[in-house]
Design a protein around this ligand. Sequence first.
Ligand SMILES: [Zn+2]
Length: 750
Amino acid sequence: MLNRRNLLKTSLTAGAAILPSGSVLHDLKGSHTEYSILTDADRSPVEIVTLPRRLASLDPTTLPWQQRIRRVGQTNMTEYDGAAMKVEQWADYWHAAKADIVFVSVTGILAFYPSTVKFHRHGKFLEHRDLFGECVSAAKKRGMRVVARMSPDLNWPDALAAHPEWAMRRRDGSVQHNNEDPRLFQTCMFSSYMDDYIPAIMREVSSLYDVDCFYTNGWPPLGSLPDCHCAICSKLPPSDTPAYWRVFTNRVLELWRTYDAIAKQKKPDCFFFANSGGNVRGGPNLNDLSKVSAWFQADNQGRTYDDPVIWGCSLQGRVCSAVLDGKFAANVTAAYSTGSPGWRNVSKSPEETRMWLNETLAGGMVPYLHFVGAENGFGEDRRWQQVGTDYFRWTAQHDAHLTGRRSIANIGVVIGQSTQLLYPGPGSTRSRSYMHETTQGIYHALLQGRFAFDFVHEDRLDPEHISRYRALLLPNVAMLSDRQCQQLRDYVRSGGSLMASFETSLYDEDLKPRADFGLAELMGASKAGRVIGTNGNAYSVRIESAGASQPHALLDGCNNTTWLAGAQNRTPLKAVEEPLLTVVPGFVRYPPELAYPTEPHTSEPAVVLGESGPSRTVWFSGDIERTYWLTGHGDLLRLLHNAIRWVSHDERIVHVEGPGFLEMFCWETGPGYAVHLLNYTNPAAQHGWLHELDPLGPQTITVRLPSGVAVKSVELLKAQQRRPFAMPEQLLRFTVPALDDYEVAAITVQ
Ligand SMILES: [Zn+2]
C-alpha cells in the first residue's frame, strides 16, 4: 500500500536535492520514475503571489499601432459586390461606427482588383473595376486603417490543370474539392501554392496600395489537422499524430515569417497575420504561434451546431490570454446567422450579437463585427447595422476601462492543447468530442461556482506564467512531457496546489503511454489497471468517513447519504491509507431487479488527497468533468466545487454574490480594475440564440486589492452610474443593483 505522506516527503526531498548529471530517481517501489532531472539552471524558485502589485503605468502612444485598435469592421465582399457595392456608403457606415480598421478583400480565390498574377481569377462582375483600390482609398480618406484580406485555401480548375501538385489529395490520389462548390479544389499548404502564388499576390498588392497588414482567411486550418496525401504530404508523419502536429506547426511558422517579411518590405510596421481562433483545440501550437503573431485573429463568430453554448466567445478570450502576454487579439462576431444551417446574409438576433460582443470585451479581446456581402447587407437585410453602430459607439466612450492589461484570477486551468487535438479518448472511445466535453464540464462548473480563473497553455508551466495562481486544475490533461511534469512538481514544491483527473499525465508529448502517471509520485495516485467504463449504471463513490464529526471540506454538503455519483470512466488506482472516497463498481441499470452493487465496498480510492504546508493536491480517478457535462449531476458539481475551493484555500480575489448564472472576469486596467459580468441566465444559454433577456437582481462584488492601492471611484459603464463602495483592509465592496445582459464595473484607483 502506498503511503501518501511518505511519497510527498520523498518527492520534496528528491526535488530539493542537487543530483549529479544523469541521476535516475526511484520511487518507493523501486520502479523507474518518469521524470527527467533538471539542472540548477533550469530551476528558479517559484514564489506564489496571487495579488501582484500594479503594473507600471504605460503610455498607449508608445505601443505598436495594432495594440491601439479598439474596433474592427468587415463587410465581407462577394463576387457580386464587384457590380453592386457602394463604396462611399460602405466606408461611411464603418466610419460612423468608429471602426479603427476595416478588412477589405484581396482574396486569392477571386481577385477584387485587376490582378496580373496568373490564376488569380477576376470576379465575373468586376469588369475592369478596382474595387479593392476604391475601398482602400475610401477607408484611408476617413482615417481608417486597412487589412488586406486573402484566402489561400481554394482555387479553380485552370490552376489545378496547370499545377496538379497544388491540390490536397485523398489516400486514393483523388483531389479534395470544396464541399459546397465542387468547382473549387483545396490547396495543400505544403505545396508551392503557398510559396509562390500567395507571395506573388502579396507583392502585387503591396506595390499598388497602401495597406497596413495582410491577413489570410481559411488558413491555417483550425480545430483539426489537415489530412492530405499529395506527393509531399505522403512523406510526412501521419496526420493527427504529435509528430505531424510539430511538422504542421513548423510549416505554419515558416510561411508566417515569409509572409511577414514580404509585408514589411514596404513599411516596417506592416505585418502578416492569419486565422488563429480554434478555441482550445486551435490548429498550430498556440504558444509557438504567439511568438510570431502581432495580431491574434480569433475566428470564432458565433455558436455552432457542435458548440451551441453561449460562452464560446469568452472561452476563446481565455485561450488568447493564455498565450499572448497582453498582445493584440480580436474576435470576429458574425452579425449574420451562424449555426447549421446558417444564413450568411441574414442578421442574427441583436441580443445574440451583442452578447458575443460583450464576451469579446469581457474576455480581453477587441470587438470585430462582420457581415457578408456589402450589397446584400446594405441593400437587403440592414437589421445588423444599428446594432453594430450603437455597440461600437458605446465602447468608444470607455476604451481605457475596456482595455485589460492583466487578468487577476488566481486559479489556472491547464488547457492541454496537444491533448485536445491528439488524444483520442480513453480505451476504445476514440471520440473527438471527448476532450470537448471535458472542457465544457470544467468550464461550466467554474462558472457555476463563480470562480475567477484563467487558462494556462501546457507549454507555459514556467514560474513566470504560473506563480500567480494559488491552484492549477488539470482536467484530464492526458499528454504532459517529462519536463512539464517536473515543472508541476516544482510549482507544488513552492506552495502551489493541483487538482487533476482521470488520465492526466498518463501519456508523454508523443502520446506514448507511461506505465504510471507522470505525476504519480507528486499526487500520491498510482495506476492499478486499464480504464474501466460503464455498462448500465455508472460507478458510485462511497463516503468512508460518513458520520465523522468533522468531515473533510471535499464533502461539504454531502449529507444524509453514504455514497455519491461517480464518473462514467475511471482509471483504477492503487489503494491508499485512509481513503476519503472509495469506488463502488458499476452494475446493471436494467433490469431493476439486478440494479444493486455486487461489490458494495472496495479499497479502490476514488479520490486521493495530499497536503504539505500550503500545497494541496486532489486527484480524481474518474473523468469527473466530462461526466458532469454529460449528466449535470449535482454530486459531481459539488465534488468539483469543494475540491477547487479546497486546493485554492477558497482564496477569492474576486467574488460576486447574487442570484443567477453568470460569467465573470476581472482585469487590471490602466485606470484601475474592471469587473465584467455576463448574464447567462437565459433559456437559450446552451442552445439557440438569445431573443430576450432575463435581468438579474443585485450582485455584490468584492475585490481584494494589493496593499497601497486606494480606490477613487466605481462606475457601472452600461448603467452609466457611479456606485458607493467600502474598502476595509483592501477588500473593495460594492453592489451592482441590476444586471441585464452585461455590466462592467470600472474601478478607478488613485
Ligand atoms: Zn499535401
